[in-house]
Ligand binder design. Structure first.
Ligand SMILES: [Ca+2]
Ligand SMILES: [Ca+2]
Length: 258
């Protein structure tokens, strides 16, 4: 053994000792950031796209609703649209088919993703009592407005840049309308913006951010009887599969519009 070979041998041994003292890091657990749509409804079978970090290779997804079944359909890398925050929206995804019974059980309703590296912490889903109306495109203008019943909850998506979703409702003078978006709080990329117009397209009220986040709450007293349009859009005019929202609309009076 030459001195050089001896030195190399010693170095290799030392490196071996060092690595023995420095055990490899355990693989990191998956993280869930966003579920599209933001929630599920009782007695349905639906497809959910769950985004986050390290979700590829998901072996199991569990839902805390008793009796729910979850089938993993696929998992892999997720597209991160231009300029969006991969840390916040996730760069991997798992798509599942969820079947839930009539009774979702007691809230909170959460899902957990399992990979060979571990389990995610529970990610809260929206449930909400009562009938949830699905958004129906095209609803991009007053003429294509989608009629909603009040009180109502609508599960929607600002599906592309410059998309707007227009909802039509009927109210009476003096009633107080309250519209609220849940999006940012649930991990959505939507910076929600709500605007209320009367039947002639005259703007009545608008709302962008709450003090705590980007989700708007619009409160307005209706000036007259008739039709109104409540418009959901993104404050930055962006949209895509990472822009889901839930809109709830209420009229504060016991005598609801007919
Ligand atoms: Ca639309
Ligand atoms: Ca906003």
């Amino acid at each position: 053994m030459s001195p050089r070979q001896l030195a190399t041998g010693i170095l290799t041994s030392v490196m071996g000792l060092l690595s023995a003292d420095d055990p490899p890091k355990p693989p990191e657990s998956p993280v869930v950031r966003l579920c599209v749509p933001l929630g599920i409804q009782p007695a349905t079978t639906s497809k959910l796209t769950i985004r986050g970090q390290r979700l590829e290779g998901a072996t199991e997804v569990r839902l805390t609703a008793p009796g729910a079944t979850v089938k993993v359909l696929e998992s892999g890398k997720a597209n991160v649209p231009n300029g969006q925050n991969a840390g916040r929206l996730g760069d991997t995804q798992v798509v599942v088919e969820v079947t839930v019974p009539d009774d979702l059980g007691r809230p909170p309703l959460a899902l957990i993703v399992k990979t060979p590296a571990g389990e995610s912490t529970p990610h809260l889903l929206l449930s909400g009592a009562g009938y949830i109306q699905a958004e129906k495109e095209p609803n991009d203008g007053f003429r294509q407005a989608q009629a909603v019943t009040i009180p109502g909850t609508i599960e929607g998506l600002i599906e592309r840049n410059q998309d707007v979703d227009v909802y039509k409702l009927t109210g009476r003078a003096g009633q107080q309308l309250r519209g609220e978006i849940r999006a940012w709080r649930q991990g959505s990329a939507l910076d929600g913006w709500l605007t209320l117009y009367d039947a002639h397209g005259q703007q009545i009220a608008t709302a962008d951010d709450r003090p705590t986040d980007s989700d708007p709450v619009l409160i307005a007293t209706l000036p007259k009887d008739g039709a109104y349009f409540l418009v959901v859009s993104d404050a930055l005019d962006q949209g895509g599969p990472t822009h889901p929202y839930r809109l709830t609309v209420n009229l504060a009076e016991s005598d609801q519009p007919r």
